[in-house]
Write a protein that binds this ligand. Structure first.
Ligand SMILES: Cc1cc2nc3c(=O)[nH]c(=O)nc-3n(C[C@H](O)[C@H](O)[C@H](O)COP(=O)(O)OP(=O)(O)OC[C@H]3O[C@@H](n4cnc5c(N)ncnc54)[C@H](O)[C@@H]3O)c2cc1C
Length: 366
């Protein structure tokens, strides 16, 4: 625990963690300087932007518990309360920033054993879990009338939500600039305890926080990038009220509805640090699976294809490492929006001498 608040903090990386921490620390009265290697408003996939811009923004503790563990689930449950509380601190906007209509998991008739397996795995990670409801064809139709009628079974996870993430990152960026924070875009940095090194030389701070995601790989040898590809489509032919996951023996696809008739379809998960554009194979898999959710997607227009790398440690779990003058936060993998509230609150509690947050045991690395 740091006894006195640091007066000056440098944050390296203005992706998800960097922006959230910069915002909250500046609000706590600390002088923050935020360094970003790329643009502060990266608008195109070509701009080498933060994984936070590529993400679908889902906050899905149950769906993700199946592929991770009970700690990730607990931190995700915390996120469902914390996101609305944070978003309420931003200036009001006409565009909703958080949706909490739950999510739907479906499988084609020949793959319904995947649904049973999903429920079994949930029961294994979270014994006595009651957070989902089995649905029949009619119940699926009531929830999502535009989905193809051939889905006979599904699972409804009522407590899941998603962040309108690009709009959120844009608004948070505006808010950060409005606070007068020193934001240094197009400034790649190296980090050291109490010191930031830019091309122009060294700058000193009471504390440095490393939020560079995969950009920290040179210093964090166990960090790796996991390639993820997404399609963005636009259509008025179909409406979805919530994210829909399609279980399939070879791949899993999700469709996340966003405002203005847009949908994000994702995501591949490939053990490769290749950031090159989406492959034909991935685009075929994503778009043909989308078409099987509803033929109405056939006329959707592809407005973007995006690729990025999820920053992950070997166990795919997040880590907060604390030393004198330097805090390193990384490894949010495919769970950035799910875990950021717990991880950020943990770091804030440490810096601002708040009572120990309940997640510290899970997060601190040595
Ligand atoms: C396809 C895909 C889908 C995803 N979907 C979801 C989802 O639905 N839900 C969910 O919870 N998570 C999702 N994620 C995961 C989420 O995006 C990441 O976990 C999260 O963005 C990690 O946050 P971060 O701040 O650590 O890194 P990032 O968001 O990647 O930010 C790192 C920042 O550091 C900057 N930087 C790098 N090097 C330097 C340097 N030397 N100097 C200065 N700045 C530097 C980068 O430019 C970047 O802006 C998804 C990820 C991908 C790729």
């Amino acid at each position: 625990m740091i006894n006195q608040h640091p007066q000056t903090i440098a944050i390296a990386g203005a992706g998800l963690l960097g922006r959230l921490l910069a915002w909250q620390l500046q609000k706590a009265g600390i002088q923050v300087t935020l360094f970003e290697a790329g643009s502060f408003t990266p608008d195109t996939p070509q701009s080498n932007r933060a994984a936070a811009f590529t993400a679908a923004g889902m906050v899905a503790p149950l769906s993700e518990a199946v592929v991770s563990d009970a700690d990730v689930y607990r931190m995700g449950i915390y996120a469902l309360q914390q996101w609305p509380a944070w978003l309420a601190q931003l200036p009001a906007t006409d565009t909703p920033l958080f949706f909490n209509n739950g999510s739907l998991v479906v499988a084609h008739q020949q793959d319904t054993s995947e649904l049973d397996q999903f429920a079994r795995e949930l029961g294994f990670v979270l014994p006595n879990c009651t957070g989902y409801q089995q649905l029949n064809q009619q119940e699926i139709h009531q929830l999502e009338p535009d989905l193809h009628s051939h889905f006979h079974r599904g699972l409804f996870l009522a407590d899941e939500g998603h962040v309108n993430n690009r709009e959120f990152l844009r608004l948070l960026g505006d808010e950060i600039i409005a606070t007068g924070m020193n934001v240094r875009a197009h400034t790649p940095v190296d980090v050291f305890p109490g010191k930031i090194l830019t091309e122009s030389g060294a700058e000193h701070f009471d504390l440095v926080i490393d939020c560079r995601g995969l950009g920290a790989k040179k210093q964090l040898r166990n960090l790796r990038g996991v390639r993820g590809e997404t399609l963005h489509v636009e259509t008025k032919e179909i409406q979805l009220q919530r994210p829909v996951r399609l279980m399939h023996p070879r791949y899993q696809l999700y469709v996340v509805p966003k405002p203005n008739h847009r949908f994000i379809i994702g995501a591949t998960q490939i053990e490769s640090e290749d950031r090159s554009p989406v492959t034909i194979q991935s685009s075929l898999e994503l778009s043909s699976a989308l078409y099987t959710l509803s033929p109405a997607f056939a006329e959707a227009r592809i407005i973007e294809m995006d690729t990025n790398l999820r920053p992950a440690f070997m166990d795919n779990l997040p880590k907060v490492a604390v030393q004198d003058g330097l805090i390193t936060v990384n490894g949010l993998f495919r769970h950035g929006y799910l875990l950021a509230p717990a991880v950020v609150e943990n770091v804030l509690a440490h810096i601002l001498n708040k009572p120990e947050p309940i997640f510290s045991a899970q997060l601190n690395s040595h």
